[in-house]
Design a protein around this ligand. Structure first.
Ligand code: EPZ
Length: 419
């Protein structure tokens, strides 16, 4: 386990380069096994979730070659075998191997996936979609056995615009017989990134990024080169931080269109921004205004930025309300922020109130999940004194080089390995 130590209250100045999207890369890598030839994916973030997926690829017998941020995957000789539960449990995205292996072999056995403890995280919509495509799903002690004589294209309506179910069903449908239409599909940028990857291999997918995705099944997928889209959640995290203690911070290698909801919320809070083609420049204003945040599916305000935003709201003048509509257990950072002096209350599992501004003091706190950890890093950077963040491995799952990137712009932050 690691912990992060921060000496707070240093103004940040300079530029931060955004890495490839975690939530895209963790879908692209399992999707690669669909191809019977070598594929190359560039701009892959160097984070522990990717290491866990590499472990699965190697376990299945894929030939994986990594050079800097580029990974080449040859799945022509992989074996469709049961992945040990201890590996599957390392992350939520292991479940994309369900859709990919079912699509390739018409059979897959897999344990229930892992992931941050931000809710029950059922996969019923994924399984319902697999069944709609003609698969039989059995479950025994958290082990799923999914088989199909044939996967046949059909209409699938998602009860909720689930990111994971949209991607998993795209993977399952891409080699099915006939046409599949997924309606009420998720529209996040990573859905488009995965659909483009599959189309580069020869798939026939249209509508990704809208609520209706059409997939015409194909027989063969060929070699291709693809690039991971910039991480809009990492982008938003650093935008929020710069709005608090940035002298002049430029966040570069981004797609501003992907953070439109964050830009408009920060404008409402009173943060001036210079928005370029592939960068945003932010200098923290004197005053921040309290606002209400309601998390929604893309392109609404992202649930993954709710916790980092909560830290900013401790410094905003007035009473802010947070309404978390996606996950039922995503306020675990509030208790830690209160240890640092924040005035905040969790009202229900979907509502929290924060009153500011109040000066935070450095304390020993605990990261409970990835984005809660990000919320505490921001808190430590603006607090007086030293903050120690335990369980920092959560943070390393989703933020490539966070200590290096922040040190480069003047933060006093370091990583310590605990034995
Ligand atoms: C993805 O999770 C992301 N993870 C999450 O980011 C993100 O919070 C979430 O999408 C929403 O944007 C990855 O991409 C690896 P969902 P996912 O399926 O796919 C319910 C982070 O911090 N649901 O869109 O698991 C579910 O319970 C992580 O990077 C069902 O009920 O999210 C939740 O309430 C955390 N049944 C809602 O839908 C299902 O079968 C959203 O889930 C599937 C989902």
């Amino acid at each position: 386990m690691h912990r992060i130590i921060i000496e707070g209250n240093n103004t940040l100045n300079g530029s931060i380069k955004i890495s490839g999207s975690k939530n895209s890369a963790v879908a692209l890598i399992p999707a690669a096994v669909l191809c019977d030839e070598k594929v190359t994916i560039a701009n892959v973030p160097n984070i522990s979730d990717i290491d866990a997926l590499d472990e699965i690829l190697n376990y299945l017998g894929a030939i994986v070659d990594k050079k800097d941020d580029t990974i080449t995957i040859d799945s022509s000789k992989i074996e469709n075998k049961l992945i040990p539960e201890k590996i599957t449990k390392k992350l939520r995205a292991s479940y994309y191997f369900m859709g990919a292996l079912l699509s390739k072999y018409k059979k897959v056995e897999m344990y229930f996936p892992g992931g941050c403890a931000i809710g029950a995280r059922p996969i019923n919509l994924h399984l319902k979609g697999f069944k709609a495509l003609g698969a039989k799903v059995e479950e025994k002690d958290n082990l799923f056995i999914i088989t199909a004589d044939e996967l046949v294209g059909t209409k699938i309506n998602l009860d909720f615009a689930s990111v994971g179910a949209t991607i998993n069903l795209m993977l399952a449908a891409v080699k099915a017989t006939g046409t599949t239409v997924i309606s009420n599909a998720a529209k996040e940028p990573h859905i488009v990134n995965v659909a483009t990857f599959l189309n580069n291999m020869g798939a026939k997918i249209t509508g990704a990024g809208t609520s209706e995705i059409k997939i015409i099944g194909v027989k063969h997928l060929h070699s291709c080169f693809h690039e991971v889209v910039p991480d809009y959640i990492e982008t938003g995290t650093y935008m929020i931080l710069a709005s608090l203690i940035g002298k002049e911070v430029t966040i570069k290698n981004i797609i501003p269109d992907h953070v439109k909801s964050v830009i408009s919320k920060l404008e409402e809070i009173g943060v001036p921004m210079e928005i370029g083609v592939d960068f945003i420049k932010i200098s923290a204003p004197e005053k921040l205004k309290a606002v209400n945040i309601k998390t929604q599916v893309y392109p609404g305000f992202p649930t993954d930025l709710q916790q980092p935003m909560a830290t900013l709201l401790t410094q905003a003048k007035g009473k802010s309300m947070i309404n978390e509509t996606i996950w039922e257990n995503r306020f675990l950072n509030i208790a830690e922020l209160k240890k640092m002096g924040a005035t905040a209350e969790v009202i229900t599992n979907s509502k929290a109130v924060i009153v500011g501004p109040c000066k935070l003091k450095g304390k020993k706190v605990k990261a409970t999940d990835l984005r809660a950890g990000a919320s505490l890093v921001i808190a430590g950077l603006i607090a007086d004194g030293q903050t120690i963040i335990e369980n920092a491995d959560y943070i390393l799952r989703g933020y490539e080089g966070i200590v290096e990137k922040l040190s480069k712009v003047g933060a006093k932050i370091r990583l310590e390995k605990m034995d």
